[in-house]
Design a protein around this ligand. Sequence first.
Ligand code: HEM
Length: 473
Amino acid sequence: MSTSPFTYGAAPGALPGLGHLWPLLRRPTEFLAELPAYGDLVEIRLGRSRAYVPCHPELLRRVLADDRTYDKGGAYYDRARAMAGNGVATCPHRDHRRQRRLLQPAFQKGQLAAYAEVMTEEIAALTDSWEPGRVIDAYPVLYGLSLRTLTRTLFGTRVDEAVVDGIRRSFETAFSGFFRQMFMPPALRRAPLPANLRHRRALRRLRDTVERIVASRPRDGADRGDLLSVMLAARDEDGGPGLSDAEVHDQVVTVLAAGTETVAATLTWAAVLLTRHPAEQERLRAECAAVLDGRPARWADVPRLPRAERVIDETVRLYPPGWLFTRVTTAETDLAGRSLAPGATVVVSPAPVHRHPGVYRDALAFDPDRWLPARAAALPRGAFVGFGAGARKCVGDAYGMAECVIALATLVSRWELAAEPGADLRPVPLAAFYRPRRLSLRLTRRTEPGGPASGGRGAASGGRGTTSGGRDD
Ligand code: HEM
């Protein structure tokens, strides 16, 4: 008999051949959030294969903390590697420490202040370009924002619009249908089907563009204030040459893949939540108006916008863009009293824990104030894994948070967001990151560009209001 304090169970309803793929891909968050009802560790079927989903914060934390035993691999990372190469996000444990050490300096605080200038310029230009009454399709607009911001911080300030557009088109073709590719039988994936050919062409175009940019950079060790020059200047611990051109290429594609859709999806879900909870939008606007007085948010403002940060944290809790990753066990191991053989697939997903009623009070409610320091401190370890955890935790977490806070604060202080009828908030099926299909936003002017904040309906609260407590779904 197991002496483990954790319970183990199997999810019902697996279909022959498909297993749980149908609910997993059609209503992912709901399906994953239902799993804790069957145990702390729950067995599901991905097609014919068995996979284990940690549904207890402590088990999820253990898996993420032990990146040697639970290595990157399995359906998700095998596919991601085929697309993005062997970069820091996709490489196995044996390559990771070196890659992370070489990449980490590009994301250090000193660098972030410089990148934030680009974030400020881009969100200011975007919010200045709108006229009152305009209706925008939120995700594509915010994706354009995050892609322009990241290409500029990666490659420096002079990036041709045509290059950005080319990267966008390659990504759209190559990475849409990520999960379809992931679960497609290999023979079908190799077949000369039109979708496969388009996918391959898009990947080749992306590779060529990035290779050209990397090759055009002198390797003179100069810091040009962008991510690429820090990557090129990095040296190995033993004085070795650092990343080769091919390795830099893989890091660049990895960072582009990991750092654009995630930010755009977070901002879009934040807009969904703020339009559903107007009182929260008003509280946030009051904080932003008081701090910004009509100008766009800057790096130095980020610590003065705690409510904006809480709204982002709460958005990532409820709608984590990185909704499913896989790990593969490299040795026999015990999890929740269950012996897992080497090669077992473990599914890492925030949803079972982020929406767990035993972990979060009123778990489905949008309540940014649950991230006030005293309340957040009472949460168990492993309760929030929206940016991962352990050695493989998101290297761009501070970058991503700064970008989301700067963009959201600027946006909300200048424009009131209201959802137009006809939103389709079901997740885009089979996309690499979790995002809604369509959210149209009608924009009403709050402040003149660069002008003082309008009084609005609420006075500056310093971000200490209570929540509207509305149910999320
Ligand atoms: C709100 C925005 C973001 C979210 C929610 C997010 C989420 C995540 C998650 C969950 C992981 C861990 C994946 C795993 O354990 O398998 C991760 C890893 C990673 N993220 Fe992010 N991310 C965000 C923004 C960014 C940005 C802006 C960048 C780069 C500019 C970035 C670059 C990376 C990289 C390179 C990794 C791999 C780290 C490693 O394995 O050492 N992310 N991210």
